[in-house]
Design a binder for this molecule. Structure first.
Ligand SMILES: Cc1ncc(COP(=O)(O)O)c(C=O)c1O
Length: 408
């Protein structure tokens, strides 16, 4: 370069400094649950003993036959690109599973194989225009709101309450709808509260969606972890398939969080748009991980039942244990592997979480990470051994007794 420039061009310093951050990233924070997990990993790496109630993944290994299938796929040299919407056999198996278990009237052509979180991202990006309103609960899983914001949408929250077992009630949803409402996000069984919608709730939400012409994103990732009652897929309700995008996956049911494998089932007009985001972003999930997915759906399903059985026993243990500690109150959730107890110590949920980590070596996630209505609560995952749950509860009891002694 000889230093001469075309007229009208500028040098660094001659115009306002260019900020990397796009407007759409304002108001988007890093994930509170990822942060909490990172802190625990760091403490453990330093040799500190931490009992973690903060993890959002089963503490069971992925069943061996699933791992073997992925290894065999690698050995066969299946390390190249596959079809963007997923390996045809896997799409077919997912469609069959959705028909059989969930009564969703779908075919393989309605399935895209993609990690569940990516499925949510793709679905929201493909459907939301700037200014569109998206209704979700408060508290809710940490990533819905940032994704809505990144897509330019406006999150509109419906507070849910322990008195109603944190269920998303149709009448509460109805009260926040406006002509700009485009999408309703439903998550049952729920993270962070463990709540499970009743059939009447599902019917009411579906009536509302049809009456007000809304699209629904139904996140059913914890489907297999329902201890009391039953799981009801929204897309199975009459007239709902045409307006529902169902997200599900392998992470929680088959203890496969690290595989990054899940799916979305959607009617064709929605699927075509979601496909575009997939094709222009991740192309497809890892080829040999999909071989593991095929083995998961084709193979024995016993591990799911065993895991659910164990989670149920742990739920009972943690709910009972927490309710015995002065200052704590915990309802009995019907699904997933989380409890969302409230407390009456004079501190916010982040301060309480910090206190428990420092004083008791117990990691929980502040309820505020899940929304304003989560304040006054913490989320505790019981994906940990019964012995650790017991020990953690004892330590929480001791650390909270100290709070009382300080006269707070
Ligand atoms: C409610 C909910 N939806 C979606 C996801 C994302 O699942 P995956 O890790 O399989 O992408 C999670 C993960 O914790 C979740 O809790």
């Amino acid at each position: 370069m000889d230093g001469s420039m075309a007229p009208g061009l500028w040098r660094a310093g001659e115009r306002d400094r260019v900020d990397f951050r796009a407007q759409r990233m304002r108001g988007v924070e890093l994930s509170g649950t990822v942060k909490a997990a990172d802190i625990v990993a760091k403490l453990k790496a330093q040799g500190k003993e931490v009992i973690s109630f903060s993890v959002g993944e089963p503490d069971f290994p992925t069943p061996a036959h699933i791992c073997d299938a992925a290894k065999q796929s690698l050995d066969r040299g299946e390390t190249h690109y596959v079809s963007s919407n997923g390996i045809p056999e896997l799409r077919q198996l997912i469609a069959q599973k959705s028909q059989r278990d969930n009564k969703i009237p779908c075919e393989a052509k309605h399935v895209i194989v993609t990690p569940a979180k990516q499925a949510i991202f793709e679905s929201i990006l493909a459907s939301i225009d700037p200014g569109d309103e998206v209704v979700l609960t408060d508290p809710a899983w940490v990533s819905y709101e940032p994704i809505i914001r990144m897509a330019g949408g406006k999150p509109v929250v419906v507070a849910v309450d322990a008195r109603d077992e944190f269920r998303m009630l149709p009448e509460d949803v109805a009260s926040v709808l406006t002509p700009k409402t485009k999408l309703l996000i439903v998550n049952s069984p729920n993270n962070p509260t463990g709540s499970v919608l009743r059939e009447q709730d599902v019917r009411g939400l579906c009536d509302l969606a049809q009456d007000k012409d809304l699209w629904v994103l139904s996140d059913e990732i914890y489907e297999k972890l329902v201890f009391d009652g039953q799981h009801h897929s929204l897309a199975a309700q009459p007239g709902m398939f045409e307006r529902t995008v169902t997200v599900n996956g392998f992470s929680k049911s088959y203890a496969m969080t690290g595989w990054r494998l899940g799916w979305v089932v959607a009617p064709e007009p929605a699927l075509n748009e979601i496909s575009k985001v997939q094709q222009h972003s991740i192309t497809h999930p890892t080829s040999f991980a999909q071989a593991g997915g095929i083995a998961a759906l084709k193979g024995p399903q016993k591990s799911i039942e065993e895991m659910a059985h164990e989670f149920r026993a742990r739920r009972d243990l943690i709910v009972e244990g927490l309710n015995k500690i002065p200052g704590w109150k915990c309802n009995k959730p019907q699904g997933a592997f989380y409890v969302f107890p409230s407390y009456d110590f004079p501190m916010n949920s982040q301060e309480l979480s910090d206190h428990l980590l420092q004083e008791a070596g117990v990691a929980v996630t502040a309820g505020s990470a899940f929304g304003r209505a989560g304040e006054g609560h913490v989320r505790m995952s019981y994906a940990n051994s019964r012995a650790n749950l017991q020990k953690g509860l004892e330590r929480i009891g001791e650390a909270c007794a100290k709070l009382g002694q300080r006269g707070r």
